[in-house]
Design a protein around this ligand. Structure first.
Ligand SMILES: [Zn+2]
Length: 98
């Protein structure tokens, strides 16, 4: 799991911007670590998606390989898309301050 440490904020619905309940999000990490990525449904509008597809700025992610950058300027969308393409199409960005 890649964790933004104390910067954590729950992801938000891609349709209406409602925050996912942080307790529901964090409670789903354990099964996600064992290979079952949870699907969350927005309580406000009903939008539903896999946990890793919920938009996040300071969220967490579960994955197998990470590219870690320290003291970089914000990554461009082009850079993120290229890393995602090289990794096989699915990529999340977790930002942390250490
Ligand atoms: Zn929604």
């Amino acid at each position: 799991m890649y964790d933004p440490e104390e910067n954590y904020e729950p992801p938000t619905c891609a349709e209406c911007g409602t925050e996912l309940d942080s307790r529901e999000h964090i409670d789903a990490v354990e099964p996600w670590l064992h290979g079952v990525e949870p699907t969350f449904t927005c309580g406000q509008c009903g939008w539903s998606a896999l946990a890793g597809d919920w938009p996040m700025t300071w969220g967490l992610a579960v994955g197998d390989i990470a590219v870690s950058l320290a003291n970089w300027t914000p990554m461009s969308e082009t850079f993120i898309k290229e890393v995602s393409r090289l990794r096989g199409g699915r990529c999340g960005v977790v930002r942390a301050r250490y």
